[in-house]
Design a protein around this ligand. Structure first.
Ligand code: NAP
Length: 343
């Protein structure tokens, strides 16, 4: 059954974590190394990665701590979402030329067990969409808004990190599903403009403005908020708790403001408000919501195809740019999904 495309490479380059970052990662924490490429064994496929994803959760995997996902090992290739083309197959159901989504990014060629690969259709949407709008970040937005926050028509919604992959989708989905008001925060005036002019947010603000987040939030959502989708934590979460209406719900999706902190991030100072307002704050992990995948792809796929749901992607070209892309994403250099393209 084994099939191989004519010229297989002998060497692939891959990113290793070589030192655990202390605070902000620096380029010296990583190394781009060569590894031999072999024909796949029984039940495996060899994939030429065309694009791979760099995501905030990877920062957590650089720490040697117990979490919902194991840490990256030092001097081993890092991994994460990737899409690519099968160049050799020793597995039933996969042929040379198939496009697949899998979990062995951060490298040029991936030796993937067939059970860890999913065929995707590159004729309907760009392949990169399976890493973002129709992939992990998209499902996070969908599950976090509808299942975890129990969003309902008429809710006023605030989303932080609103110009990013998850946030931009949350805001648009809320708007399309009848939110009374959708407001967002982002880290530049250009991003704020994009939220309002392209994604249809009712209002947005730049959290880097010297005025406190709570003041800016009050201005854009004077009647309070029913749903807060938290991608950021810290000052944003405290501001949201202050401005939430009675029986408000918050999806705690990410706390990127603290990912590079060297000391534990202090909690919101206004937690007692959770009692009086009977708020619900609930974490989301996308991996818990795989059952929503078919419904998510059907519904969001149609919204993407019709152009009702818009998305941006930011690319860095070449395997060499992997770490730069990751660090750039942490600093907000991306609009929408940050992707490393090897195509
Ligand atoms: P993203 O928003 O596309 O990229 C990260 C963004 O975070 C940057 O573009 C930057 O935008 C913003 N940021 C960085 N530092 C910040 C700070 N100190 N304060 C406020 N914003 C800051 O990333 P994503 O993949 O969509 O992820 C968004 C959040 O969701 C992250 O917290 C991530 O960990 C979380 N997440 C959780 C799950 C889950 O299952 N729980 C799954 C996926 C993602 P600005 O220019 O606006 O600062």
């Amino acid at each position: 059954m084994s099939a191989t495309s004519p010229q297989l490479p002998t060497v692939s380059r891959e990113w290793h974590l070589v030192r655990r970052p202390n605070g902000w990662p620096v380029p010296e924490d990583f190394a781009l190394r060569e590894a031999p490429v072999a024909a796949p064994e029984e039940g495996r496929i060899l994939v030429r990665n065309l694009h791979f994803s760099v995501d905030p959760y990877m920062r957590g995997r650089m720490n040697d701590v117990k979490s919902y996902i194991p840490p990256f090992q030092l001097d081993r290739p890092m991994d994460g979402g990737a899409v690519g083309e099968v160049v050799a197959s020793n597995a039933a159901g996969f042929a040379v030329g198939d496009h697949v989504l899998h979990g062995l990014g951060w490298r040029e060629y991936a030796d993937v067990p067939a059970r860890g690969a999913k065929k995707v259709d590159a004729s309907l949407v760009p392949l990169t969409a399976y890493l973002g709008v129709l992939g992990m970040t998209g499902l996070t937005a969908y599950a976090g808004l509808f299942e975890v926050a129990s969003f309902k028509e008429g809710d006023a919604v605030f989303v932080s990190g609103a110009a990013g992959a998850v946030g931009s989708q949350v805001g648009q989905l809320a708007k399309l599903k009848g939110a009374s008001r959708v407001v967002g925060s982002a880290g530049s005036d250009e991003k704020v403009k994009l939220l309002v002019e392209e994604y249809g947010f009712d209002a947005a603000f730049n959290y880097k403005d010297p005025r406190p987040v709570v003041e800016q939030l009050k201005e854009v959502a004077p009647d309070g908020i029913d749903v807060y989708f938290d991608n950021v934590g810290g000052e944003h979460l405290e501001a949201a708790i202050s401005r939430m209406n009675v029986h408000g719900r918050a999806t705690i999706c990410g706390m990127i403001a603290g990912y590079n902190d060297t000391e534990p991030t202090p909690g919101p100072r206004n937690m007692a408000m959770i009692i009086g307002k009977r708020l619900r704050l609930q974490g989301v992990l996308v991996g818990d919501h795989a059952a929503l995948q078919p419904e998510f792809v059907r519904e969001v796929g149609a919204l993407v195809a019709s152009g009702e749901l818009k998305f941006h992607e930011t690319y860095r070209e070449g395997i060499e740019s992997g770490v730069d892309a990751f660090l750039g994403m942490l600093r907000g250099q991306n609009t929408g999904k940050m992707i490393v393209s090897l195509a």
